[in-house]
Ligand binder design. Sequence first.
Ligand SMILES: [Zn+2]
Ligand SMILES: [Zn+2]
Length: 152
Amino acid sequence: MQTSCSCPCEESEVIVKNHPVIRFICHCKICQEVYRKPFADIVAVRSNQVIKPINPTIRFAKHRFPPAVNRGFCPSCNSPVVAFLPLAPAFGLSFIPAENFSKDYELPKPVLHSFYDRRVDDVDDNLPKFNGYWPSQWAVSSRFVSTILRLG
Ligand SMILES: [Zn+2]
Ligand SMILES: [Zn+2]
């Protein structure tokens, strides 16, 4: 199974193989900046599930301190397309904006809020909320790995 995920202007896309692993809401300042929203609705997949286009125009940039997420943007609309976070050799996470999936694609529900201490607005839901850099990174990566192990 393959799904195309395109930016709002549809010039930049990646193809995702199989099912997304987890989805989460990130309130960090970098996401607020690059998504140009109070928070980012992010779908995480394994990096090897992402097929980059044959003719890549996606512009990559690293923002601030390690472990640096390598973020790819559309050169036309400047929206995020895909970001890579290497965790180990041959194993990494990729982040894709939930809104880049087609409307009829059945995405998993978000499982947590990360960097909630940097939020613009309070969120009234029952999801776990993590504050600060390491707790947020740990929450996302441990949920990611445990979901992979559960799915097999
Ligand atoms: Zn675009
Ligand atoms: Zn973030």
